[in-house]
Design a protein around this ligand. Structure first.
Ligand code: ADP
Ligand code: MG
Length: 341
């Protein structure tokens, strides 16, 4: 609910800023609920067909990637999880291949087979509880992306009881598909808020870059800073987004370390990734969160093509060289900026 409110607020801010700069081309907008969040799409200079095509694409993927059977037929991942294997649409196979590559590159910090553990903590049913150590020990062998194969549009899980979850990358994939549609329709300017994953497509009507807010982890309805972006997908994973207080009084977040099966508690409050690829931005926002500060820095130095802003509980903002140029801290916030190069 909180997340929906935040998405709606960001959308309202974007609307205000767009309205203020006298658009030269007609603005068309749409909004929908998908993937358990609220999404908004604003496109400039479109015919209208692109908007309906983007919406249809999001709705189809939402059903296909669902891990429950609430969304009716077409729930391809739910069926693969039930049967241990199954044919999927080319889009889902494409996402699975890209996600598996990221799982390998991040050495399993991102692991698309973490669902049995995510379910055990109650993050799907919203019936939260702390699992026993015995229960986790039983489930952990099922968390192993190396036991997933994807060939000829068929996904196969090599161990009985394994389950796939594309929750960490799905919104990024939607961002990629949507911007593909807009690009091929020769559209020049659009901003999509897919619930924590933003596609800043082209630039604003006045030729300025889009201004994308980074949520204040203490109050996610406001922004602690802004990124100026053109043609980028910006994804944030925040511990504040979905969490619960356990019987022990500790707060447990929905981002889980696949090696331990336990929600990450490493002093990081949020990770925002900026890159050209939605799957990469979304997947790495989760993975770098799991890695923690030092491993994330090492990963950044060894891999190119992305930048990040990492906020920590001791009020520091770790900002990579590429992001530093486009990042500004909002008035009234006193984060210490630590530059990563
Ligand atoms: P959000 O969905 O809130 O934007 P993320 O992109 O970080 O946040 O994805 C978190 C979701 O991904 C969780 O709700 C869970 O379903 C799943 N998940 C949690 N930990 C991992 C992990 N280490 N690897 C892959 N998926 C994860
Ligand atoms: Mg993610």
């Amino acid at each position: 609910m909180k997340k929906r409110f935040c998405a709606a607020l960001l959308s309202a801010c974007l609307l205000l800023s767009a309205g203020a700069c006298a658009p030269q081309r007609e603005k068309m907008s749409d909004s929908l609920e998908a993937m358990d969040t609220f999404m908004t799409i604003e496109v400039y200079g479109a015919s209208g067909n692109e908007l309906s095509s983007v919406r249809a694409n999001i709705e189809a993927l939402d059903k296909r990637l669902s891990v429950t059977n609430e969304k009716g037929e077409d729930n391809e991942i739910f069926r693969v999880n039930q049967n241990g294997a199954g044919m999927v649409s080319p889009d889902v196979a494409d996402l699975a291949e890209q996600a598996l590559t990221l799982c390998r590159e991040t050495d399993g910090a991102l692991d698309i087979t973490v669902l049995p553990v995510v379910e055990e903590w109650g993050f799907i049913s919203k019936n939260y509880h702390i699992p026993t150590a015995e229960r986790l020990a039983k489930l952990l062998p099922l968390v192993d992306y190396t036991q997933v194969s994807c060939k000829n549009n068929t996904l196969k899980l090599n161990k009985s009881g394994m389950k796939l979850d594309f929750g960490a990358v799905a919104k990024g994939y939607i961002a990629d598909k949507a911007t593909d549609i807009l690009r091929s329709a020769d559209c020049k300017s659009a901003i999509l808020n897919l619930g924590g994953t933003i596609a800043a497509f082209g630039e604003k009507q006045n030729g300025q870059p889009w201004r994308v807010g980074i949520a204040d982890p203490d109050n996610s309805a406001t922004f602690m800073g802004y990124l100026s972006c053109k043609d980028k997908i910006i994804a944030t994973s925040g511990s504040y987004e979905r969490s619960f207080a356990g019987a022990d009084g500790k707060v447990y977040s929905h981002i889980i370390d696949p090696k331990t099966g336990i929600p990450v508690d490493n002093g990081i409050l949020s990770v925002t990734i900026i890159s050209d690829s939605g799957v990469r931005s979304d997947g790495l926002s989760t993975a770098l969160f799991v890695m923690g500060r030092d491993r994330a820095e090492t990963y950044y130095r060894r891999h190119s093509g992305f930048d990040y802003v990492m906020l920590t509980a001791d009020k520091k903002a770790y900002v990579t060289a590429g992001a530093a140029e486009s990042f500004t801290v909002a008035q009234g916030y006193d984060y210490e900026i630590v530059r990563i190069s």
